[in-house]
Write a protein that binds this ligand. Structure first.
Ligand SMILES: Nc1ncnc2c1ncn2[C@@H]1O[C@H](COP(=O)(O)OP(=O)(O)OP(=O)(O)O)[C@@H](O)[C@H]1O
Ligand SMILES: [Mg+2]
Length: 225
């Protein structure tokens, strides 16, 4: 599903530059559930952005589903992302002026003319995440955990094979956080979705099958849980 070969990322910063990834070699198979851990600034988000086709490496090869994504045009990258990848971010990133249901439909609004056809699947996903009673609530009328579940529902509307999450539990209490991770676990087990999850918290990271520990832009160790 995912292959990184000797991947480097250098951010130019005025006269100097930041070497955020220093030769990453990594393989993630279809159906894997992997957590990425490591100190702040170790390159976790940078790596996830490359896997999610949001950014391009400076050196090395990134293959997602056997596609060398750096070689795609901007347009091809966007449609690849919409079709294959679901993203969940740290801050719920819901649009405040849209209801829960409309937020989940947002990716369809961007990619399809007849997004109304997807209303029932959006409802179904929200219901499966325990939000059946919250469809028409606006984000400010939802708890943090509920907002994060709407964010997950939105990531699922395109039935992506690959689900990426960057600290999806960072702003949640420990119970809601564990709940969010169990949702990923369930999706992984029932729908065979490949999940790559960044977390600061070792306890949550251990709910994955495998942990990848980054330090200073390099893979320090990998561990099976
Ligand atoms: N767009 C950018 N431009 C310049 N430097 C960046 C950019 N994004 C990240 N960096 C730098 O690259 C390094 C790795 O950043 P990254 O965001 O990948 O770390 P992280 O492991 O996700 O950290 P955190 O746990 O704090 O989110 C850091 O030194 C950071 O300052
Ligand atoms: Mg980060």
């Amino acid at each position: 599903m995912i292959k990184l070969r000797n991947v480097h990322k250098i951010y130019p910063m005025g006269g100097s530059s930041i070497h955020a990834l220093k030769g990453i070699d990594l393989k993630i198979a279809k159906g894997d559930f992997v957590s990425i851990m490591g100190p702040s600034g170790s390159g976790k988000s940078t790596m996830l952005h490359l896997i999610g086709v949001l950014d391009t490496q400076t050196k090395g090869t990134v293959l997602i589903k056997d596609t060398e994504v750096a070689k795609l045009s901007d347009e091809e990258r966007t449609s690849f992302r919409l079709k294959e990848i679901g993203f969940v971010f740290q801050f719920y990133s819901l649009l405040p002026e849209l209801t829960a249901l409309e937020n989940v439909l947002l990716p369809k609004m961007m990619s399809e003319k007849n997004h109304d056809d997807y209303r029932s699947s959006a409802k179904e996903i929200l219901m499966s995440l325990g939000l059946g009673e919250r469809l028409n609530n606006y984000p400010h009328q939802l708890s943090g955990g509920e907002q994060q579940r709407v964010g997950i529902a939105r990531a699922l509307i395109n039935s992506p094979e690959l689900l990426l999450a960057d600290e999806p539990t960072a702003s949640l209490d420990s119970k809601s956080a564990a709940n969010v991770i169990s949702i990923f676990r369930k999706l992984n087990e029932e729908s065979k979705q490949t999940v790559v999850l960044i977390t600061h918290e070792q306890d949550l990271g251990k709910m994955a099958d495998r942990g990848i520990f980054l330090r200073d832009g390099m893979i320090e160790k990998e561990k099976n849980f």
